[in-house]
Write a protein that binds this ligand. Structure first.
Ligand code: NAD
Ligand code: MG
Length: 392
């Protein structure tokens, strides 16, 4: 029986993971879960899966423990950031699903890495922020890092099994084709993007996801973060990655080889497929996802991304190229800008403005110290907040 910890169990990825585990009860058991705000949902999860541990924010720990007792659950509550990190490195746990959104997921994910776990990575922001530090820790502690972001999981499936052992050139790999749906505003002009509402931005055409990643998909920052994620996961440079807009989200990404072969991974857009793949790898398990029917599916189309109307993709590429703390600053500014957009404090088109201003006025420094990186994340948060204040 494989024991699984789900960081961010109440979220969209968390719920999809629980669904896959519930379909494979002979192989997987939920050992630990975490939640942040939606504690009624976390309680339901505890009732259904009876985990040993549940992490909640410090101020809610006593209340939540009482709720568990009243519901007849023997789940033990661990509190706050320390509790979450301890949960991520619990000895009994073999697999950690990193599904917290944003920078808040960095320390618990690193704790799981340092404990040498198999990490199923959804929390791309953690890797984007800490790049080299993150990948070095994976190597040092012999953790197994498997992407469940659908594009990266697709690329992983299309690469040779031992791709990390040799260079891409030696393996005849020419480039990675990272697909993007284009989001709800694909084809819209820069001008028409100014007046879009949060409700429009989070209504993704193909995927049902958390609010932050939905806004990132609409602004193309999600693809920018994914470009950086792919650079670290597969040791490639941005020039080796071509972003291809594919509105149907049937092909989840591709690998192009020297001999003209292009390998793609296809499937209905459902996160349970990459989650099940990474849970069972190198085996396969059922995910509850309907098989793809190519006869009844719509035509597959492809186009270039519009980097003028959606500057976030370019900003992310530039931040990766600048290196050091730049991707962490980009990520922090984006998190603050997205929250401000959702709170209707800024326009959609001001999201990239906040990010470029934060990057412009900051000095990019080396990012090989975790404490320093976290302090830069905080500094960029405050800077972004003050830039937003000045818009008014
Ligand atoms: P979500 O908003 O649905 O869930 C977020 C989870 O994080 C919740 O469980 C919440 O309790 C927890 N959380 C939020 N703030 C926290 C904090 N400060 N401390 C501790 N926990 C906190 O988000 P989601 O859509 O499930 O996305 C989660 C991550 O997976 C993101 O990094 C996203 O980019 C990535 N991802 C999501 C999808 C998808 O289809 N939803 C696809 C690919 C990658
Ligand atoms: Mg993705």
């Amino acid at each position: 029986m494989i024991q699984v910890a789900i960081l961010g169990a109440t979220g969209s990825i968390g719920q999809s993971t629980l669904d896959v585990i519930a379909r494979n009860p002979d192989q997987y058991q939920v050992f630990a879960v975490s939640g942040h705000q939606r504690l009624a949902e976390l309680l339901d999860i505890c009732k259904k899966f009876q985990p040993q541990l549940a992490a909640v924010p410090e101020e809610k720990a006593v209340y939540f423990q009482e709720q568990l007792l009243a519901a007849g659950c023997s789940t033990e509550v661990v509190a706050g950031k320390e509790g979450l990190q301890a949960l991520a490195s619990t000895p009994e746990v073999e697999v950690v699903v990193a599904a917290i959104v944003g920078a808040a997921g960095l320390l618990p994910t690193l704790a799981a890495i340092k404990a040498g776990k198999r990490i199923l990575l959804a929390n791309k922001e953690a890797l984007v922020m800490s790049g080299a530090l993150f990948m070095d820790a994976v190597k040092t502690h012999q953790a197994v890092l498997l992407p469940i972001d659908s594009e990266h999981n697709a690329i992983f499936q299309c690469l040779p099994a031992d791709f990390a052992k040799r260079s891409f050139a030696e393996q005849g790999i020419e480039k990675l084709l990272l697909t993007a749906s284009g989001g709800p505003f694909r084809g819209w002009s820069k001008e028409s993007l100014q007046a879009v509402t949060p409700a429009q931005a989070i209504a993704h055409p193909n995927w049902s996801m958390g609010q932050k990643i939905s806004v990132d998909s609409a602004s193309l920052m999600n693809k920018g973060l994914e470009l950086i994620e792919a650079c670290w996961l597969f040791s490639v440079q941005p020039q080796q990655i071509e972003v291809v807009v594919h509105p149907q989200s049937i092909i989840h990404s591709m690998v192009s080889y020297l001999d003209g072969s292009v390998l793609a991974q296809l499937g209905n857009p459902d996160m349970r497929t990459p989650i099940a793949h990474a849970l069972a790898w190198p085996e396969r398990i059922p995910a509850g996802v309907e098989a793809l029917n190519l006869i009844t599916s719509t035509a597959l189309t492809f186009e270039k991304p519009d980097e003028d109307a959606f500057p976030c993709l370019k900003l992310a590429r530039q931040a990766f190229e600048a290196g050091g703390t730049a991707p962490a600053l980009l990520n922090a500014a984006n998190e603050v800008a997205v929250a401000a957009f959702l709170a209707q404090q800024i326009n959609f088109t001001q999201i990239p403005e906040v990010i470029s201003q934060v990057l412009e006025v900051s000095t990019i420094q080396a990012a090989n110290d975790l404490e320093f990186l976290l302090s830069e994340d905080q500094r960029a948060n405050q800077l972004a907040a003050s830039i937003i204040q000045n818009f008014h």
